[in-house]
Every structure is written in structure tokens, then in C-alpha cells.
Design a protein around this ligand. Structure first.
Ligand SMILES: Nc1ncnc2c1ncn2[C@@H]1O[C@H](COP(=O)(O)OP(=O)(O)O)[C@@H](O)[C@H]1O
Ligand SMILES: O=C(O)[C@@H](O)C(=O)COP(=O)(O)O
Length: 427
């Protein structure tokens, strides 16, 4: 029976955290939404797990929806036996002044009858650090990093207190690196101070050791919040939990689907364009003839599999930030929704056509693809890069059951060559 329950606000974040938990010795299952915890094969997988991560698509959802699905996830995790909880959000704190990190944290605390928690987005393995209460991305303040231009959650400040205060009903405090470096006991004493009794406390962390210290100092809190780095110190009952075997065999058709606009993904797309067959989404064509345009993309991918099975085709939507500027008509879907729907439709049609390995870039994009594929649970397989892994996914689409390997790549994670090199981890 699981003891640790996590709620991830997007799908790439869910596999990011699950990868860390598996490496720290937790048998971990990712469920797509809360219902999969208590239904069908998900129920059995959850019963045998030490930790469960519920993947939500709540990061950019309306606040009420994000709060509602998060509470449903918390209740389902409690019903499965979980006693400690982890709210996983983005290591670049993706949110707006309305939410959703603050409102979801407030509601989880209220539901648990708790009054305080920590806020720890630091993840040094991927270049995210917190110092002086400010979030840095590879040494640059968040608001000077490419996150400044994110299409859905542009981050225009790096001070976590200033970012969080408009989102929460709790006071926001900060505990600095000097206290963290005094060790677990000193940090716990600082966090337990009466002045922080009802606070959200931003805790500095620059190294993995800092995160391990924070984990030790917060082991008495029912709820912790942060990116996947905070799980570094959460040692599970096994040396390293077993990883799921791939669903696909070498030579099975694969595809890269990217709706991510992140700077790392744009570099990965540029690298792959020189090496893989590729097509870019044409938003005007999709608006004029959605089904016909998707059918053309599927035909392109099938031709590419036939021409050279060793080169998975790439279907993507962004070369540079100018691609995000195309205005959407008043009477149709917004561009981001159109891109998500198109890549989700490509995914289901390509799986029906034989695709067994899909590398999906972008958290929102991954949510759309995984949901369309009817996937209920993900079993973590071979790691690809910090925060990125292959996962075995079983689902149902176009009336047929399928088992596929999915890699859900966070926008800013992975080396430049990940679209060409990730496949070798499945060998
Ligand atoms: N050309 C485009 N025009 C407008 N929106 C786009 C375009 N390409 C992608 N998007 C949208 O931008 C969002 C990207 O978010 P996500 O998939 O989380 O990746 P990332 O956070 O790495 O950029 C998605 O909603 C996607 O549909
Ligand atoms: O914590 C992180 O950075 C990732 O797990 C994550 O959530 C990234 O989101 P996207 O960039 O939207 O994929």
C-alpha cells in the first residue's frame, strides 16, 4: 500500500518526479487523473506501489478547476492509504498572479487540516536554484531567462515571495541558505518557529545536499511542495525500485511530437531538423481543414517509417518565438488549443497506424497527448536525462487497446540531441 502521494500539475512534471522517486527506491506508479487510482489495472498497480503520482493538467487550467481536480486527487490518494503528500509544480514556478500554485497549496493544506508548508522549486541537476528567495535558471534570474517569454505563464519576476503572495491567503516567509547549511535540526527549528506557524516558507537550496537537508528537516510536515529536486532526500524502502520493461521492440515505429516553445526544445528541434524527417504544423491549414491536415501529417510519418525505420519523424510547432504571434480568429479555438488538439490527433492516429514509441515535448502538449491516448497509468522505465524517462503506457484509443513507450519531455529539459538519441535508452 502506498504511503507517499503526489499531485503533479502537469504530465511531464509527473514523470519527472516519478523518475526521481524510482531512483530513490520507491516503487512508483503515475496515474492519469484521480479516477485511475481506484479503477481497473490502476488499482492493482497502486496497491503494490510505495508512492503514487497523480498527473493533472491543472497548471494553466482555470483556478476553480485546478483546485477541484487537486482536491479530488488528494482524496483519492488518502483513500489508497497515502499519509504524506507532495504537491509537484514546475521548477520554473510556472504560474500567474491568480494561480495556480498558491490556490492549490492553500486548498490542500485546508483539506489536510494543516496550516503551513515549504516551497522548494530548486532542482540543481537541471540548473534551477533558489538563493535569497530568488529563483535562478542556469545562473540567470528567472525573469531574465527564456521563461520570460513562455506562451502561457510568462515569468516576469524571480522573487518567489512576490510571485506567491498574490496567489495565497497565507503569509509568505523565506528561510535562507545560511540556515539550511546549519543542518537539518537547525532548519527544522527555524521552520517550527511560532512566527511561521501558518506560513508558506520559501527555502533556499543551491545544491543536492541542501535539498537532502530540507527533506530531513520537513519529514514531519504532512504536505511539502516543490519541483522534483525535493524528492532527492526522500529515501524509499528499496535500493532502487524496479523499472518497467519497454512495451515496444527495437525497430518499432516511433515519432517525436513537439508543441513546446521552450528554448531548450527549440534547440532540440533545430538539431533534429538536420537529422530527422520533419513537418511543422501549419496553423492556417489546421483551421481551414483540421482532419485533412492531420491526415497529411500521419501520411508523412508513415512514409518516413517506410523510407528509413531508424529515423523517427518529427512533427512540431515552434522554430522561434515569432511562431507564437499568429493571431487566432474570434470564432475559432486559440492557437495553443489548436496545436494541442492537432498533436493529440496525430498521436492517436499514429498509434492506430503502428507507432509504439512516442517522445512528446512540452507539459501541456504531453497532457493533451496522454489524455487522447486514453492512458490510465504510466510505469517508469529507462531514464533518458535528468527529469526525462521512458514510461510504459497502456491505453485505449480509436476503440483499440494499446501499449506504447512514452517519453514526456519537459520543455526545458534534455540535451540538444535528445530527439535523436533518446531511443537508444529503449534498447
Ligand atoms: N505555434 C504556436 N502558436 C501558439 N501556441 C503554440 C504554438 N506552438 C505551441 N503552442 C502552445 O504553447 C504551449 C506550450 O506549452 P507546453 O506544451 O507546456 O511546452 P513548453 O512549456 O515547453 O512551451 C502549448 O499549449 C502549445 O499548444
Ligand atoms: O519541474 C520541471 O521543470 C518540470 O517537471 C516541469 O514541470 C516542466 O514543465 P514544461 O516545461 O511545461 O514541460
Amino acid at each position: 500500500m502506498p504511503t507517499l502521494g503526489a499531485i503533479a500539475d502537469d504530465f511531464t512534471g509527473a514523470t519527472d518526479l516519478a523518475t526521481m522517486l524510482v531512483a530513490r527506491g520507491h516503487r512508483t506508479v503515475v496515474t492519469v487523473g484521480p479516477d485511475a487510482l481506484s479503477e481497473g489495472p490502476g488499482e492493482t498497480a497502486v496497491r503494490d506501489a510505495d508512492a503514487v503520482v497523480v498527473a493533472l493538467k491543472s497548471r494553466t487550467a482555470p483556478v476553480e478547476e485546478a483546485v477541484g481536480t487537486s482536491i479530488a486527487a488528494l482524496r483519492a490518494l488518502r483513500a489508497s492509504g497515502c499519509a504524506r503528500f507532495y504537491f509537484k509544480y514546475c521548477s520554473t514556478f510556472d504560474s500567474t498572479p491568480r494561480g495556480n500554485i498558491g490556490p492549490v497549496t492553500d486548498t490542500l493544506l485546508a483539506e489536510l487540516g494543516e496550516h503551513r508548508t515549504v516551497v522548494v522549486p530548486s532542482f540543481p541537476a537541471t540548473g534551477r536554484t533558489v538563493h535569497g528567495g530568488r529563483l535562478f535558471v542556469h545562473g540567470e534570474p528567472l525573469d531574465e531567462s527564456p521563461m520570460r517569454h513562455h506562451p502561457l505563464t510568462p515569468m516576469r519576476d524571480s522573487d518567489l515571495g512576490r510571485l506567491l503572495t498574490p496567489q495565497t491567503g497565507h503569509p509568505v516567509h523565506a528561510v535562507g541558505l545560511d540556515t539550511v547549511r546549519q543542518g537539518g535540526d537547525a532548519l527544522r527549528a527555524a521552520l517550527d518557529a511560532p512566527a511561521l506557524a501558518d506560513a508558506l516558507v520559501v527555502v533556499d537550496a543551491v545544491t543536492d545536499e541542501d535539498l537532502v537537508t530540507i527533506c530531513a528537516a520537513t519529514s514531519h510536515l504532512t504536505l511539502v511542495t516543490g519541483a522534483a529536486g525535493l524528492a532527492l532526500g526522500l529515501t524509499g524502502p528499496h535500493a532502487e525500485a524496479a523499472r518497467a520493461a519497454p512495451a515496444s521492440r527495437p525497430g518499432d515505429p516511433g515519432v517525436v511530437l513537439s508543441g513546446s516553445a521552450s528554448s531548450a526544445t527549440r534547440a532540440q528541434v533545430a538539431h533534429a531538423r538536420a537529422r530527422l524527417p520533419h513537418r511543422k504544423l501549419d496553423l492556417a491549414a489546421l483551421r481551414a481543414d483540421f482532419a485533412g491536415t492531420v491526415a497529411g501529417l500521419v501520411a508523412f510519418a508513415r512514409r518516413a517509417w517506410h523510407d528509413d525505420p531508424a529515423k523517427p519523424p518529427l512533427i512540431y510547432s515552434v522554430d522561434d518565438l515569432g511562431d507564437l504571434d499568429q493571431p487566432a480568429p474570434h470564432d475559432g479555438p486559440g492557437s495553443s488549443e489548436l496545436v494541442e488538439r492537432a498533436l493529440a490527433a496525430c498521436a492517436t492516429d499514429l498509434v492506430a497506424a503502428g507507432a509504439r514509441r512516442l517522445l512528446v515535448a512540452g507539459g501541456e502538449t504531453s497532457g493533451a497527448v496522454v489524455t487522447a491516448l486514453g492512458v490510465r497509468t504510466l510505469a517508469i522505465g529507462s531514464p533518458i536525462a535528468p527529469g526525462v524517462t521512458w514510461a510504459r503506457a497502456e491505453g485505449r484509443a480509436h476503440g483499440r487497446d494499446h501499449a506504447v513507450d512514452l517519453a514526456l519531455k519537459s520543455g526545458n529539459f534534455g540535451d540538444t540531441a535528445i530527439f535523436t538519441e533518446a531511443w537508444s535508452a529503449l534498447a
